[in-house]
Write a protein of this length. Structure first.
Lengths: 113, 117
């Protein structure tokens, strides 16, 4: 199926640990994003990559590091996890042109205990 | 900076009836795109409808239509013949068409829609 897929779907871990979330899209899009949805359901952009180049980095702690090995993949690594990192993280992709909607993965619910 | 506001945290509608969800936005740009996304309890983000700011005609997709008022910076979503499967959180979103744009979507706070049988 053509889609944006992210793994894992659920992630439960303890404070201080390091974890990664993987994302892959097979839609041929050239731009990929990470969004964070907090407990109040508010969606906020974290990062965006266009053709493997970082183009958005929105006031995100340095503990969060995106990596794009190629334009079909955008992974998110989080160091020294904190309680406040608990949220749902969405990967998305689109074409660069503005009328191209974002296609979202199904989200990863991260719970830090 | 652009902002998107959804002033209705929750709405409810009787099955088969019509409901309108409100969205306003603030921008100094003239070229942009507006979207409505649906997020059911499954958490999936689903595109419902999109509108180009340069088009005067309101977009429609089956039972979903928008009322786009550019001067008022208003972009409401009308759901006709509401179905139980329409129950979800609905997000309004803005995307700039400005050259050099990063392509990001700016979301409103969301409106939870309950559909009563």
């Amino acid at each position: 199926d053509t889609a944006v897929s992210q793994t894992p779907k659920y992630l439960v871990t303890q404070m201080g640990n390091d974890k990664s979330i993987k994302c892959e899209q097979n839609l041929g899009h050239d731009t990929m994003y990470w969004y964070k949805q907090d407990s109040k359901k508010f969606l906020k952009i974290m990062f965006s990559y266009n053709n493997k180049e970082l183009i958005i980095n929105e006031t995100v702690p340095n503990r969060f590091s995106p990596k794009s090995p190629d334009k079909a993949h955008l992974n998110l690594h989080i160091n020294s996890l904190e309680l406040g990192d608990s949220a749902v993280y969405f990967c998305a992709s689109s074409q660069t042109r503005a009328n191209s909607p974002l296609h979202f993965g199904n989200g990863t619910r991260l719970t830090v205990t | 900076a652009q902002t998107v506001t959804q002033s209705q945290p929750e709405m409810s509608v009787q099955e088969a009836e019509t409901v309108t969800l409100s969205c306003t936005y603030d921008t100094s740009e003239s070229d942009y795109y507006l979207f409505w996304y649906k997020q059911p309890p499954s958490r999936q983000m689903i595109l419902v409808i999109r509108q180009e700011a340069y088009k005067q005609q309101n977009a429609t997709e089956n039972r979903f239509s928008v009322n786009f008022q550019k001067a008022a910076k208003s972009f409401s979503l009308k759901i006709s013949d509401s179905q139980l499967g329409d129950a979800a959180m609905y997000f309004c979103a803005y995307r700039s068409d400005h050259s050099g744009n990063t392509g990001k979507l700016i979301f409103g706070q969301g409106t939870t829609l309950q559909v009563k049988p």
